[in-house]
Design a protein around this ligand. Structure first.
Ligand code: S3P
Ligand code: PEP
Length: 407
């Protein structure tokens, strides 16, 4: 399905409820499967969270988690400790290109049994569930924090807990801290100090009710929309000032792009403050919040600004190679982009071409990051239903802001 987004000159100010964080939800779903007296509110309605829920109650031997990276990594660890259960965990063609060796090796080191079905280092994998007997492990931390979170989520179920040593530079650190915070919220004690994570064993926990904060990565598209609007303002819920989500860095980053954030009791109101914006700091490092890189690049392009972003090495192994995809699509619109393995440079542009069809590469964030450009030009978004990976209501929410969207 391709959607046409006709150019609009401004947005209708409105209030929207954004679905729960898929990162928080997918962690809590694993914890709930291990400790059933956890209840969860404001659960994400994303495909990735639905797939996670289904996988956790499935009796099938083959479990297909499509494009869901967190589900792939967290379920690998979860199934590995389900004594006597044999599972083949697989995913989309792209998932079969996303590396998992570091996690598999870490699990094998603590005594789990996992084999590759096809290519070594990649899904599908065959998991023979058993109780691991080792309580220390070390793994490389610069490729994906999801491997580390996966181990943390099962750690308290191991007979002696787990001590995890992180080797090398640690990437996506806020996601590791989010895992630790959620463990603590459900009553599981752990620490993360000097690249060492220690989590105690718990046979059971007290009943606990957790409210998931709404998704900050999804909020990024509203930051972009307000930045490109003419004095627009959008209120979105449910958010809080002390977030577990690293993408709350948007609050500071978008000040440089003319957007102010006001915190209400459970909402944030984003308001366009200035037409003359400074642009974001040269060399801004996004290794703590990789999922908002596409949004920021497209906002800068829409504002006619250049930018130079670093810390982007993980973008190459996400739903698509996001650095390549950004370069190709922005250049179709008339921009100039240079990429390396971990950085992106966008040059200030003088025009945005009209009527361009943006390819989305099975990547929800490509579709959502480019949509705000309708405030500058008419464009088409190909395979627009990809947004359901994290934000199924995205297009209907944009219509509530006055976007003109047709098939
Ligand atoms: O743990 C998580 O919930 C996530 C961690 C990040 O991945 P990496 O650690 O692979 O960068 C992020 O990009 C992904 O969308 C969600
Ligand atoms: C990278 C993402 O998700 P995952 O790794 O969980 O597929 C994302 O949502 O941007």
């Amino acid at each position: 399905m391709s959607l046409k987004l006709s150019q609009i000159t401004n947005i209708t100010n409105n209030t929207l409820q954004v679905t729960g964080s898929k990162s928080e939800t997918n962690r809590l779903l694993i914890l709930q499967a291990l400790y059933p007296n956890i209840t969860i509110e404001n659960i994400s309605n994303s495909d990735d969270s639905n797939l996670m829920q289904k996988a956790l109650i499935s009796n099938d031997q083959i479990v297909d988690i499509h494009h869901a990276g967190t589900a792939m990594r967290f379920l690998t660890a979860y199934f590995a400790i389900q004594k006597g259960k044999e599972t083949v965990l697989t995913g989309s063609a792209r998932m079969q290109e996303r590396p998992i060796k570091i996690l598999v090796e870490a699990l094998q080191k603590i005594g789990c049994t996992i084999q590759y079905e096809n290519e070594e280092g990649y899904p599908p994998i065959r998991i023979l569930g058993k109780q691991p007997d080792t309580n220390t492990v070390s793994l490389e931390a610069n490729i994906s924090s999801q491997y580390i979170s996966a181990l943390m989520l099962i750690a308290s179920s191991l007979p002696n807990g787990l001590e995890i040593s992180l080797v090398g530079k640690v990437t996506s650190v806020p996601y590791i801290k989010m895992t630790l915070s959620l463990l603590q919220d459900v009553g599981i004690k752990g620490t993360f100090e000097n690249n060492k994570i220690t989590i105690k064993h718990y046979k059971s926990i007290e009943p606990v009710h957790i409210v998931v904060e709404s998704d900050w990565s999804s909020a990024s598209y509203f930051y972009s929309i307000v930045a490109l609007s003419n004095n627009g303002s959008v209120t979105i819920g449910s958010y809080k000032k002390e977030s577990y989500q690293g993408d709350a860095a948007l609050v500071e980053i978008y000040k440089n792009l003319g957007v102010e954030t006001a915190f209400g009791e459970h909402t944030i109101t984003l308001t366009k403050t200035s037409e003359s914006v400074t642009g974001i700091p040269e060399g801004l490092d996004l290794s703590n919040c990789p999922d908002i890189a596409q949004t920021i690049v497209v906002t800068c392009f829409g504002l006619g600004l250049g930018c130079y972003l670093t810390g982007l090495h993980t973008l190459k192994i996400k739903e698509t190679d996001r650095l390549e995809a950004l370069k190709i699509e922005i250049e179709k619109l008339g921009g100039i982009v240079e990429i390396t393995d971990n950085s992106l440079k966008l040059y200030p542009r003088t025009e945005i071409k009209e009527g361009i069809s943006i390819a989305t590469y099975h990547d929800h964030r490509m579709a959502m990051a480019f949509a705000p450009l309708a405030l500058r030009t008419t464009l088409y978004i190909e395979e627009a239903d990809v947004v359901s990976k994290s934000y199924p209501d995205f297009w209907s929410d944009l219509k509530k802001l006055g976007f003109l969207i047709t098939d």
